[in-house]
Design a protein around this ligand. Structure first.
Ligand SMILES: [Zn+2]
Length: 204
C-alpha cells in the first residue's frame, strides 16, 4: 500500500491490453482491494499523454505517427489493412465508431504529390474501407475527406490522410455539440479487429 497524505492507496493492478470498463466492486486478478469505483482502462492513451504521436517537426523522422504506425504490428499500430503503397488505420481520436484513415506510406503532405499508382490504391483502399464498414456496422452514410494544411484542420498536416467516417441517423446529438464529448460505444481495438476480418480481398 502506498500513502498519499493520510489516504492509503492500493497498488494499481497490471494494465489491461486496451480500454476495458470494469464495473464497481469487481475483483480483479492481482493485488488490490475492490471498491465502489468503476475503472476505465486506457493504457494506449498513456503514450499520447506522454507526447508520443505528436510530431516534433514536419519531417518523416520527427515522430510522425503515420510513419511510425506501419513499423508496428497491426494490433499495436491499429492497422486495418496494408497495401503496397497505402494502408488503412484506425483513428485514435475517432469522430465516430469505426473512423478509419487511409495513408500513403510515403511521408508527403499534398494530394497532388501522390503518384498515379498511389492515387489508385488510395482510392481503392477508401472503397474497401467503406465496404468493410458496411459489412460490420451498417452505416447509413459516410463522410470522406482530406484536410490539406493545418489551416484546413489537418491535425498531422505533414502526412496526407483521408478520413472515412461512418455516419448513422441521430449520431450527432447534444453530447458533441454542447458537451464537447464524443460518445463512442465501440473500443478502437475491437473496431480494428472487426474491420480487418471483414476487409475485402478484391478491389471493388
Ligand atoms: Zn509521416
Amino acid at each position: 500500500m502506498d500513502s498519499i497524505g493520510n489516504v492509503t492507496v492500493p497498488p494499481s493492478p497490471e494494465p489491461r491490453p486496451d480500454d476495458t470498463v470494469v464495473p464497481p466492486d469487481t475483483v480483479l486478478p492481482g493485488a488490490g482491494v475492490p471498491d465502489s469505483f468503476g475503472r476505465l482502462w486506457t493504457p494506449h492513451r498513456l503514450a499520447y499523454i506522454q507526447g508520443a504521436g505528436k510530431p516534433t517537426g514536419p519531417g518523416a523522422h520527427e515522430g510522425c505517427p503515420f510513419c511510425v504506425a506501419p513499423t508496428l504490428t497491426d494490433e499495436e499500430g491499429l492497422i486495418v489493412a496494408r497495401g503496397e503503397l497505402v494502408y488503412a488505420v484506425m483513428n485514435l481520436y475517432p469522430y465516430n465508431s469505426g473512423h478509419v484513415l487511409i495513408c500513403p506510406y510515403r511521408h508527403l503532405a499534398d494530394y497532388t504529390d501522390l503518384t498515379a499508382a498511389e492515387t489508385a490504391e488510395f482510392s481503392d483502399y477508401t472503397k474497401r474501407t467503406i465496404a468493410a464498414l458496411r459489412a460490420v456496422s451498417g452505416p447509413h452514410g459516410f463522410n470522406l475527406g482530406m484536410n490539406l494544411g493545418s489551416v484546413a484542420g489537418a491535425g498531422i498536416a505533414a502526412h496526407l490522410h483521408q478520413h472515412v467516417v461512418p455516419r448513422w441517423g441521430g449520431d450527432t446529438n447534444f453530447m458533441p455539440v454542447v458537451g464537447r464529448t464524443r460518445v463512442l460505444p465501440q473500443l478502437v481495438a475491437d473496431a480494428r479487429k472487426l474491420l480487418a476480418d471483414a476487409w475485402p480481398s478484391q478491389p471493388s
